[in-house]
Every structure is written in structure tokens, then in C-alpha cells.
Design a binder for this molecule. Structure first.
Ligand SMILES: NC(=O)c1ccc[n+]([C@@H]2O[C@H](COP(=O)([O-])OP(=O)(O)OC[C@H]3O[C@@H](n4cnc5c(N)ncnc54)[C@H](O)[C@@H]3O)[C@@H](O)[C@H]2O)c1
Length: 252
């Protein structure tokens, strides 16, 4: 097993990519903390995992609120032990063309992806430094590189995530803490929110032609890259962005 007895926190793990990552980690022997804002899906996920014999706990947490992050981290330590692996996955969207975007839409996205990611990074790093082992994985997006029409808030936030990834990798390498990012494209409900909105019909047409693989991803196939980055398989990889995008970055 690649993650035997590791303690992992996965934010936004009640559904989508986060849930698939938590399941993949648990199947590899990790004890997983489902840090999720939505208690209904958080609890349901943990029940499902426990029924499979996996070790899991739900920790309620809005990642954009520092106090909730600190409390959630303390609960994980109490319930499962010191934290070895952090996956900053929680995400949201609030699309609008840039000239119409409100401050509220801007801050809503930065609060979750950027502030939430930073709060969790600070909340776990002490455990990792003390134990001289850690894996931190941020979730960026192909939009960090390409931009995304109607999502200036989101693509800017996903670029900021890469800045945090690279800086944290440089600061924490001496403690044997590896920090990397995964950049998925086109999987799950989140993309559908944008792609099914009639306002974005022109993007949808481009999207269909964008993938050499000619299909969008299943969350489970995105999750495999997180197992690689969380395990000893990636012991000499840090500060990197792994695109799990069906080759869409190649097509312009
Ligand atoms: N789906 C895609 O195509 C795609 C592409 C690129 C990047 N991503 C990124 O991957 C990650 C997961 O995406 P997904 O498609 O699984 O999304 P999703 O919408 O299916 O799931 C997101 C989860 O995050 C939770 N969440 C939202 N705000 C939160 C908060 N403030 N605190 C705690 N939890 C919160 C939600 O309740 C939900 O369970 C996100 O960071 C997203 O930006 C997704």
C-alpha cells in the first residue's frame, strides 16, 4: 500500500475530485479527513468509506474562514493523529465577463482557493516540519495557464495557487516536505456549471475540440495523480504542476 498509516486531509472531499482523491488515498491505506463545508455530503462520504473498512472522519470546515480551518486541523490531530498529507482541493466558481464581475464574485473565489489554501497550508506545516515528512498538493487548473473567458476571478486565483506551490516548495524542501500542484481540466459538476450556462455556448463549442482524447475526465482518473504526488513514488518531485487535462494544453 502506497499510503499506509498516513494521515491525510482533503478539503472539499464531499464530492467530485476531492471525494475521488480521498477514496484513492483510503484505498492505499491512509486515514482520511474529509474537510467539507457541506455537512450532508461530508457525512455521507465518510459513512460510505467506513462501510468499505476505510479509516475516515468528517471535519466541518469552510476553508475561507481561518478559525474554522484551525479548529478542523485540531480535530483531525485529535481523531487521527498528526497530519502527513494535505490536499487543497475545495473549490467554487462564480462566472461573469470581467466588465460585469462584482467584488462579491471576485472575493468569493479568492476566499476559497487562495485564502483557504493558505490557511490550511499554515495549519498543517508545523506537524510536517516536526516529523520531517510531508506532502502538500494544491489544485490549480489549466485556466491558470490559458485564462478562461468569463472566469477572471477563477483563473487568477488558480495562478495564485501556483505561486503558493512554488514558494512553499522552496521554503519547505529542507524539511523533506514536497509541495506540488495538479492542474485538471474538464471533469465533474464544476465544469458543467460553466459549460451548461447558455451564456457560455461559444466556449462549449471550443471545449469539445480542445481535448486530444476527445472526452472529459472522470474524477477517479484525476485522483491517481494525487496518489503519485502524495506517496514515495514522487520522492524527488517538488514545486511542479502536473497537468491532468487529456492533452488539452497542446491544442490552441
Ligand atoms: N472539475 C473540473 O473540471 C476542474 C478543472 C480544473 C480544476 N478543478 C478544481 O478541482 C477542485 C475540485 O473540483 P470539482 O470539480 O471536484 O468541484 P465540485 O464542485 O464537484 O466539488 C467542490 C467541493 O468543494 C466544496 N467546497 C466549496 N467551497 C468550500 C469551502 N468554502 N469550504 C469547504 N469546502 C468547500 C464543495 O462543497 C464540494 O464538495 C477545485 O479546486 C476546482 O477548482 C476542477
Amino acid at each position: 500500500m502506497l499510503l499506509k498509516d498516513r494521515v491525510a486531509v482533503i478539503t472539499g472531499a464531499g464530492q467530485g475530485i476531492g471525494k475521488a482523491v480521498a477514496a484513492a488515498f483510503a484505498a492505499e491505506g491512509a486515514a482520511v479527513a474529509v474537510a467539507e463545508m457541506n455537512a450532508e455530503i461530508g457525512n455521507a462520504t465518510v459513512e460510505e468509506f467506513r462501510s468499505k473498512g476505510w479509516k475516515a472522519m468528517f471535519v466541518p470546515c469552510d476553508v475561507s474562514v481561518r478559525q474554522q480551518v484551525d479548529e478542523a486541523a485540531a480535530k483531525v490531530r485529535e481523531g487521527l493523529g498528526p497530519i502527513d498529507i494535505l490536499v487543497n482541493n475545495a473549490g467554487n466558481t462564480a462566472p461573469a465577463m470581467l466588465h460585469k464581475m462584482t467584488d462579491e464574485q471576485w472575493h468569493k473565489i479568492w476566499g476559497v482557493h487562495v485564502h483557504g489554501g493558505f490557511y490550511w497550508l499554515q495549519a498543517v506545516v508545523g506537524d510536517m516540519i516536526e516529523r520531517k515528512w510531508g506532502r502538500i498538493i494544491f489544485t490549480s487548473s489549466s485556466t491558470a495557464q490559458n485564462g478562461s473567458i468569463g472566469q477572471i476571478n477563477y483563473s487568477a486565483a488558480k495562478s495564485a495557487v501556483l505561486g503558493m506551490t512554488r514558494t512553499a516548495a522552496r521554503e519547505l524542501g529542507k524539511h523533506n516536505i514536497l509541495v506540488n500542484a495538479v492542474a485538471p481540466a474538464s471533469a465533474t459538476e464544476m465544469t458543467k456549471t460553466v459549460m451548461e450556462d447558455p451564456k457560455f455556448a461559444d466556449i462549449r463549442a471550443v471545449q469539445a475540440k480542445m481535448h486530444p482524447l476527445r472526452r472529459t475526465a472522470e474524477p477517479e482518473e484525476v485522483a491517481k495523480s494525487y496518489v503519485f504526488l502524495a506517496s514515495e513514488l514522487s520522492s524527488y518531485v517538488t514545486g511542479q504542476v502536473l497537468s491532468v487535462d487529456g492533452g488539452s494544453m497542446l491544442v490552441r
